[in-house]
Design a protein around this ligand. Structure first.
Ligand code: AMP
Length: 170
């Protein structure tokens, strides 16, 4: 199945010069969504994974389906101020300014093997920050799984030393 057919390019969103990769057509097609989730899991079948860490917001969609299928726990990494309980936060820099993602303090236990999931890897900055957060909390990064990779931005370089699996490459 050619999943690329289900990714819509939206030029100049959210700002001029960015081509936004819209995954909503893929979500609308039952077979495409199922294939995407299966392919995102596939390289990690048979690996020891306790938890998936999914990144707000589109990472939640794929991460939740993958955790259900793998039978593992799900950690949601949320933007600042959204989680209700005690949090550990990670601040990281993006092209313009800073971003903060948070997880609950009890989300990661020492020795957890965690698969980090998002819809797309661009510069890799977000994913890198989440790997640091996992390790600072005593977990181990089993790898990363992304549906889409913007190879021209070289996000893999930022994640050097980690296992990075992606399905659709541009
Ligand atoms: P980065 O930290 O640069 O790898 O950015 C990754 C995050 O930004 C992911 O959560 C993506 O969903 C989002 N993102 C970055 N660039 C795009 C794009 N061109 N289309 C859709 N989402 C994007």
């Amino acid at each position: 199945m050619d999943l690329k057919k289900f990714i819509r390019d939206v030029p100049d969103f959210p700002k001029k010069g960015i081509i936004f990769k819209d995954i909503t057509p893929l979500l609308l097609n039952a077979e495409a969504f199922k294939t995407a989730v299966r392919e995102m899991i596939s390289p990690y079948r048979g690996e020891k994974i306790n938890k998936i860490l999914a990144i707000e917001a589109r990472g939640f969609i794929f991460g939740a389906a993958m955790a259900y299928e793998l039978g593992c726990g799900l950690i949601i990494a949320r933007k600042k101020g959204k989680l209700p309980w005690e949090k550990i936060k990670k601040t990281y820099s993006l092209e313009y300014g800073e971003e903060i993602l948070e997880v609950h303090r009890d989300a990661i236990e020492s020795g957890d093997r965690i698969l980090i999931v998002d819809d797309l890897i661009a510069t890799g900055g977000t994913a890198r920050a989440m790997a640091e957060l996992v390790e600072e909390m005593g977990g181990e990064v089993a790898g990363f799984s992304f549906l889409v990779e913007l190879t021209f931005l070289d996000g893999r370089k930022v994640l050097e030393g980690y296992r990075v699996e992606t399905i659709i490459k541009y």
